[in-house]
Design a protein around this ligand. Structure first.
Ligand SMILES: [Zn+2]
Length: 305
C-alpha cells in the first residue's frame, strides 16, 4: 500500500513527529512557550469541539488556565507550527465545567469522529493515546516509583531504577470472513440488536496477526479459515488498539457461536452489503453496518465494491 493510501480514519496523521528534535527538552520548552503553537485540550480523552464541528485548538498561551503539571504531550509540527495535547481532566469533575467548556464542548471521540475533519482527528487520536497512557500508567512497572515523561510524552523513565517505558499499542486482528458471495458479520452481547461488524480479537503473545485471525474466527464462530489476506491497519485510540484488518476465505458457512463472545452472527450477501453501505431504501431492515470511521466499514467497502 502506498503511503497516504490508507483509507482509515485516525491514519495519515499530517504532523511531522520529529523524533530527533524531541530528544531536546529545550526544543519542546521553546515551542510550548511560543504562542503560535497550538494545543488541543482533552477531558478524559474527549476533545474540545467548537460549534459542534471544529477541533478546539487553542494557543499554548492558554496553558495558564490549566493546573500546573497537567499532562502536556508534543504531537508534531506542520508548516513549522508545533502541536500539543493537554489533559483538561483535572480542571473539573464534569466536562461541562472543565477549562474552555464555555467556548465549546468536550465531545465523545466516537461522536467527534463523524464531525471533525480527518487530519484533525488523526492528531487528536495521537493526543488521546499519549494522554490516556499517562493517566493510567504513572508508575514504574518494575519498581513502583512515579515515572517522568520524556520526549514530549512519547516515553517515560523511572528516576529510581531507570527503566524506560513506552506507550502500549494493543494489536488486534479484525477479520471479514467471506464464503463465495457472502460475508460473516456478528455482534458482541453488549451491542444493540442488528449492529453487526467484522469479528475481532486481541493478538496474543507469540502469535502472528494471521494466526490470531484464524484462531478468533474458530473460537468465536466455529469457522475455519483457509486463506487470510492482510489489507491495512488503523490506530484506534479507544484507548490504544492497533487494528490489523484482514479479508479471509471460510471453508463453509456452518456457525458454532461462542455466545459469551458473540450473541448473533449471520452471513450477509454482497448485494445486501452494497445496499446497506449506500443506505438504499431496498436494504435489508434491522441490520446496521459500522460507521465510516471504523476499519470494519472499510473492510466491507473494499470487499463489496
Ligand atoms: Zn522503576
Amino acid at each position: 500500500m502506498k503511503i497516504g493510501a490508507n483509507p482509515n480514519w485516525f491514519a495519515n496523521n499530517p504532523l511531522l513527529r520529529l523524533n530527533n528534535e524531541k530528544d531536546s527538552t529545550a526544543f519542546i520548552r521553546a515551542r510550548l512557550a511560543d504562542p503560535d503553537s497550538l494545543m488541543i485540550p482533552l477531558w478524559q480523552g474527549d476533545p474540545l469541539v467548537i460549534d459542534g464541528k471544529k477541533a478546539g485548538f487553542l494557543s499554548t498561551a492558554a496553558r495558564s488556565e490549566f493546573p500546573q503539571g497537567a499532562t502536556t504531550v508534543f504531537l508534531g509540527l506542520k508548516n513549522d507550527r508545533a502541536y500539543f495535547g493537554i489533559d483538561a481532566s483535572a480542571t473539573s469533575q464534569a466536562p461541562e465545567t472543565a477549562a474552555f467548556a464555555d467556548i465549546g464542548e468536550y465531545m465523545s471521540l466516537r461522536m467527534a469522529a463523524s464531525e471533525l475533519n480527518r487530519d484533525d482527528l488523526a492528531v487528536i487520536g495521537h493526543a488521546r493515546w499519549l494522554i490516556e497512557w499517562r493517566r493510567t500508567h504513572q508508575f514504574c512497572s518494575a519498581c513502583g516509583h512515579e515515572t517522568d515523561l520524556q520526549l514530549g510524552g512519547a516515553k517515560s523513565q523511572c528516576p529510581n531504577c531507570e527503566a524506560i517505558h513506552f506507550p502500549r499499542s494493543n494489536p488486534v486482528a479484525i477479520v471479514l470472513a467471506t464464503h463465495k458471495d457472502a460475508c460473516l458479520l456478528g455482534r458482541g452481547p453488549s451491542w444493540p440488536p442488528g449492529f453487526l461488524s467484522a469479528l475481532a480479537g486481541f493478538i496474543e503473545a507469540g502469535e502472528t496477526p494471521e494466526e490470531a485471525a484464524k484462531r478468533e474466527l474458530f473460537e468465536e464462530a466455529g469457522i475455519m479459515l483457509t486463506d487470510v489476506r492482510y489489507q491495512f491497519s488503523q490506530p484506534w485510540p479507544f484507548p490504544a488498539s492497533m487494528m490489523m484488518g484482514f479479508i479471509a476465505d471460510a471453508e463453509d458457512r456452518d456457525l458454532n457461536l461462542d455466545t459469551d463472545e458473540i450473541e448473533e452472527a449471520r452471513w450477509v450477501a454482497k448485494s445486501d452489503i452494497r445496499l446497506l453501505l449506500d443506505k438504499d431504501e431496498n436494504a435489508p431492515e434491522g441490520i446496521f453496518v459500522p460507521p465510516r470511521f471504523t476499519i470494519a466499514r472499510q473492510l466491507l467497502e473494499i470487499w463489496a465494491r
